[in-house]
Each structure stands twice: as C-alpha cells, then as structure tokens.
Design a protein around this ligand. Structure first.
Ligand code: PMT
Length: 402
C-alpha cells in the first residue's frame, strides 16, 4: 500500500492506441496500491481492449458512452468527474490531446476531462508514432495544456506499432505511478519543506577499475525520497551507487565517494528543514588511488593502507546550517541498540534508525528500532521500506510543527 494513494479516486481515461492494453497493468497496480480506479474509455480504445478487463481489475463499472446514466438518472461521466482526485489519461492519442486542447467533448474521455480538469489535476501520458508526436500541431496542443496546468508524462523511445523505432511509446507504469503520487502529494503535510535524503553506498577508488564498496542497494533512501515527495516536500536526493531510477519530482545530486557526499550534503542543507542520512558511507578510503590499474604480478598478497573518511553527520552537527531535524541510521552486526545510542549522541542526532545487518541491506522489509534523543525507543514490527519511511517522516512532520 502507498499512503498517498489510500482513499484516493483515480479517474483513468483510456484512448484508442495500441498501448491501451498497458493501461490494464496500470489500473491493476493502482488498485493494489490502495486507490479506487474509475476507468473511462473512448470507443476506439474498446477496439484494443475490452471494458470487462478493467471492470475485473478495478471491481468498478467502466464508462464507454458519453450518454450513460446512473440508475438514479445522473450523467455517469459527470458523476465520475465530480468524485475524482486526479484524472490520468494513459494512453492519450494525438486526436484526444487535440480535443482536450480545444475543449471538444464528443466522447466519454474528452467530455469527462472537460468537467474533471476544473477540479482535479490532469495528467496526460501521450502514445503515438514519432511523426505525430513531433508535429507542430501536437506540440502546440501539448504546450496549451501545460499552460493550463496539465502534467505531461513524456513518451519514451523504442519500438513503435508501425515497426519503426523512435519517440512515442507510452511511459512505463512505474513512471506513471510516480507522477500520480507526486501530483497527489502536492499540498501534503510537508509542503514547502526541504528534505535532504542520502541513499546507497559510497565507492572509494583503489585504482581506475577497482573500488571499496558495500552492499547498500539504495532502496531505503529511495523509499524515503518518494514518500517525502508524496507529502509535498521539495526533496534533494544525494545518491551513492545504485541502479534505481530517479523518482519523478525529486532533485538528484550524484556523489560517489564519502568526500563527494560530504560536499553535496553541506551544499544541500543550506535552507533544508531536515536531513536523513540513509546512505552507507565508507568510514575509510585507500590512502592513495593508483593512477594505473594495479597488476597482480608475482606477489601473493597486497596491502592497502586506509585512511579515515570525514564523518558527514558529525560535520553537519557543527555546521551553522544544521537543519532543524537530523536523522541518522545505524546498521550493526552486534549490540545494535547500544551502538545506535552511541551514534545518536556522538553525531548529535534527533533520531536514529537502528537496523540489523545483514537483513537491512538490499531487502524490501526492514526490522528497525527508532531511538529519539532523550531516550525513547520504539521497536517497530517488520515493515516495508515504504512504511518505515512514513514513520520517519511522521517524526519529521511532528518535529517541524513544534
Ligand atoms: O540501501 P539499502 O539496501 O536499502 O540498505 C539500507 C541501509 C542498510 C544502507 C540503511 O538502512 C542504513 O542502515 N544506512 C546506514 C548504514 C551505515 O553506514 O551506518 P553506520 O552505522 O556506518 O553510520 C551511522 C550514520 O552515520 C549513518 O546515517 C551514516 O549515513 C552516517 N555516516 C557514516 C559514515 C560517515 N563517514 N559519515 C556519516 O555521516
């Protein structure tokens, strides 16, 4: 479950593109994440995928007829438009985009949009052949809709229905859901707040091809960044090594080594309300980085001399721009709580998230204990990193309120 999608009604408009079948996956994922999904389709869309598919996935009636009435004679698409928190059109054809730009309303999707978009934000995910997408008419229509406040999820590049390759593929479901979350989160309890999150593991170069690294996947920091964005915050994500996609609406600063991460953190915390250090930062780095690849030669052993890296959180504690709330993580193989408390004190943190190794690294579920300055410790049940992020952000939101 994704908190920002709970109790939200998402109106999903599906228009006549070969990508219409992908809207079924989107409807299913949104429903599973806790949203109520009302689907409205054009006649052309029903030639690519049947309404029954959407009804089965969402367990809600699907509207395909602009004239359809509810049992009490209300106009169905008007009733849908009224209860929507957001209207997402995916895929949106060039024809539908042109209709929306010009206020035409001769099918169920365009008629619903004309009514819904006055109240609910409009997200449009175009899908079409490259020539249609790049045509001046389509681009002018898109610009018009953006000027009216619509959010466009641009099409991606790749194989198209014609067999050609180019720009025009419907954005992938993860990108669409991320956009929906970001739009729904505007005005949340962290609106106008700036939150800096570090994620992933740092890498310390030994030579041009080798590094000292760790097992952090970046999942924890990513979940925090997305959840903070979902609550309306401006999020600066400082990431070490990870292969994860940058979340929509989140500002990324790449920082590979501990020293780069320190520089990035000290720059980002100016004006920040909170800092959450979920990154696994190397405590040591090689004293020297070889300029050329180290050859194994005939030696059986190789000794690396390591020197201490700066402690980023300790530097933040001394910094004049220390944010109002600073949170660290402690990943430990033994004496978890004792070591976590020591770090809470030495790094002058407001909260430390103590999580045991190896289960914390790379997993989707974390077993964490939250320890506040002053002593209170809360042992949490095993939680997804998304749910754990919400608990951490609840702490930040409460602190910033006071
Ligand atoms: O990325 P995932 O696979 O999802 O895994 C998540 C995680 C296990 C990396 C995360 O939950 C976590 O525990 N991160 C901190 C890991 C760690 O390095 O802990 P530490 O006990 O070594 O450091 C304590 C705190 O000081 C951390 O907030 C760390 O970011 C910070 N630190 C550490 C070293 C350093 N030189 N400067 C720092 O500021």
């Amino acid at each position: 479950m994704v908190r920002v999608l709970q109790n939200k009604t998402i109106l999903l408009g599906v228009t006549g593109s070969i990508a219409a079948y992908k809207a079924a996956g989107l409807a299913s994922q949104l429903t599973q994440a806790g949203a109520a999904v009302d689907v409205v389709m054009t006649r052309a869309a029903t030639q690519f995928i049947g309404p029954l598919t959407f009804e089965a996935l969402t367990r809600r009636h699907v509207v395909t007829d602009v004239m359809a009435l509810l049992p009490d004679s209300q106009i169905w698409h008007v009733a849908m438009a009224k209860r929507a928190d957001i209207f997402v059109i995916a895929p949106a054809t060039a024809h539908t985009i042109a209709k929306l730009a010009h206020g035409l309303a001769d099918d169920a999707v365009s008629a619903t949009a004309l009514d819904a978009s006055r109240r609910a934000p409009l997200v449009i995910a175009p899908a079409m052949e490259t020539g249609m997408w790049e045509h001046a008419a389509t681009q002018e229509n898109i610009a018009k809709l953006v000027a009216r406040g619509a959010v466009i999820v641009p099409p991606g590049e790749g194989h198209l229905a014609s067999g050609a390759s180019g720009t025009g593929r419907l954005a992938n479901a993860d990108d669409l859901i991320d956009t929906i979350r970001a739009v729904l989160g505007r005005g949340g309890d962290l609106a106008r707040r700036v939150i800096v999150v570090t994620a992933g593991g740092t890498q310390e170069p030994i030579d041009p091809v080798r590094v000292l690294a760790n097992h952090s996947s970046g999942k924890m920091g990513w979940a925090l960044a997305q959840a903070a964005r979902d609550r309306g915050a401006r999020v600066i994500l400082i990431a070490g090594t990870t292969s994860l996609r940058v979340p929509r609406g989140v500002e990324l600063m790449a920082a590979s080594s501990a020293r780069e991460m320190r520089e990035a953190v000290l720059r980002a915390i100016v004006d920040a309300d909170a800092l959450v250090m979920a990154a696994a930062v190397a405590d040591f780095r090689p004293a020297q980085t070889a300029e050329q690849k180290i050859k194994k030669g005939n030696t059986e052993t190789l000794t690396l001399e390591l020197v201490k890296n700066p402690d980023i959180l300790a530097d933040v504690a001394r910094h004049s721009s220390r944010p109002a709330v600073v949170i660290g993580f402690a990943a430990e193989t033994q004496e978890l709580l004792v070591n976590a408390r020591a770090k809470l004190e030495s790094k002058n943190l407001d909260l430390i998230v103590a999580n045991p190794v190896p289960s914390a690294f790379g997993s989707d579920i974390d077993r964490a204990t939250l320890i506040e300055r002053g002593g209170a410790a809360t042992e949490l049940p095993p939680l997804t990193k998304e749910d754990l992020s919400e608990k951490i952000l609840d702490f930040i939101a409460a602190r910033l309120k006071t």
